[in-house]
Design a protein around this ligand. Structure first.
Ligand code: AMP
Length: 104
């Protein structure tokens, strides 16, 4: 079970910004910018390479959630979305997540 699934199951605390039936948005515990959020699907998918056609709706939901959360946090003027894929590129948690960063 990934650390993010433990957060989703409320076994580990986190600052939850938004949640629906398919994903959760939390504040990154080690922020690299003033606003640093993680958009995490509830389905445990190891890396972006493991996404399948059946995840199409989920991926769209992640981007629309980024758009909505950026607006609600007042950072929609400038923000960066990022996925790390595999350890070589800095993926520490093997459960896909989109980083949303902004310095506004
Ligand atoms: P990545 O390097 O792309 O796998 O990103 C993993 C991110 O998860 C890092 O930015 C960590 O700071 C963050 N992280 C790890 N554990 C927690 C946690 N318990 N609560 C919030 N963020 C976390």
């Amino acid at each position: 079970m990934s650390i993010f699934t433990k957060i989703i199951n409320r076994e580990i605390p986190a600052e939850i910004i938004f949640e629906n039936d398919v994903l959760i948005v939390i504040r990154d515990i080690n922020p690299k910018a003033k606003v640093h959020l993680l958009i995490i699907p509830k389905k445990e998918i190891y890396t972006i390479n493991d996404l399948g056609q059946e995840d199409t709706k989920l991926i769209a939901e992640m981007f629309f959630t980024a758009q909505k959360v950026a607006k609600n946090m007042g950072v929609s003027e400038w923000y960066k979305l990022n996925f790390n894929v595999w350890e070589k590129w800095g993926q520490e948690v093997m459960h896909i997540h989109m980083h949303l960063l902004s310095d506004i």
